[in-house]
Design a protein around this ligand. Sequence first.
Ligand code: PLP
Ligand code: ZN
Length: 410
Amino acid sequence: MSDKIELVCKECSRHYAPEALHVCEYCFGPLEVQYDYEQIKSTINIEEIKRGPATMWRYSKLLPVEDAAPVDLGAGFTPLVRADRLGALLGISNLFIKDDTRNPTGSFKDRVVSVSLTKARQLGFKVAACASTGNLANSVAAHAARAGMEAYIFIPYNLEKAKIVTTAVYGSNLIAVKGNYDDVNRLCAELTSEVPDWAFVNVNVRPYYAEGSKTLAFEVSEQLGFELPDHVVVPIASGSQLTKVHKGFEELKSVGLVDTVKTVRISGAQAEGCSPVATAFKSNADFVQPVKPDTIAKSLAIGNPADGFYAMETVRKTGGAIESATDAEIIDGIKLLAKTEGIFTETAGGVTIANLVKLVESGVIQKDETVVALITGHGLKTVEALESSVGPTMTIEPKLSSFLEEYSLT
Ligand SMILES: *Cc1c(COP(=O)(O)O)cnc(C)c1O
Ligand SMILES: [Zn+2]
């Protein structure tokens, strides 16, 4: 049972009680949630999962909080869509899109927020807070409203308009900071000690927050009939999602729900204007050198990614690769997915698709692999990115002759 969880330091393996802690007191390494897999293995079963709610909470046994009434807007259990047209275009025969645009606030962040606020409430917190590149802001604001918690949300002032409006509408305290995300994050790290009674979802309760991303792996496997895919392409901001998707697949093996021999290859996708992890990966570096972001993929614009090193290590260990894409390629990626599969993604999804194309071209993704691309946010959040490249096919007078005249020219 997940009441039996502990926090464990990823560096020195010291154990801690499951409280609002995120770094090791001895070595400052990040803490991660550890479960008693033998115990979970003896109680978890496929039939029960299938009878569970059509949300990520069908996997509550593998989440750090078992709450009969979680802070829940219905995140997760999003469609896994066979993408035959896109696959045919790329020359791969088994391509799937995990469509996380369908989450309650339009991004995968609903998964991590639902877990972290449920845990925060259980730990007695009444105020939720976060530093955000946009999607986290939306999600924390909505879930805090749902839970009746107050929220303080810190964002870079130059975020996309839609992300500001869709956060502010929930009535939280929205603080626009004149700096980039890394400045916002540093400010919040300093603030945590001033306001110890706030739950910063991606700071002091980060170990619980991060666990939410595992549900992507659980669902993908369930949707493939409790089989593991061969290869998954994951966008990288802080790198947390990528490492946790890997952890999710490994946990399914540990509790006996899938074949234990296979390793899922994980590849990462970054925007060239913020590609510290891709750069480190390609140059075989031992650490990730921070950068100053400059990209239209604002939801991925973290120049100093907290889990960048671990993401790189996961990709190396599983035999994947990390690529990066230019802003122009990101826009092409968004359009390609929309045109071939009818799915409209934000810039982060454009990053995933653009890098999927590169990974196929370079041969890292093999033609017969079962490939899953994670599409993590909805296109309506970043329409600005497309404004200059898509528009009406023609503009006419409200007269038949006007249409016919223009039509004959096309
Ligand atoms: C936050 C975010 C990610 C990646 O998150 P990590 O910080 O790497 O866990 C991916 N896609 C979207 C749309 C996001 O908002
Ligand atoms: Zn430690």
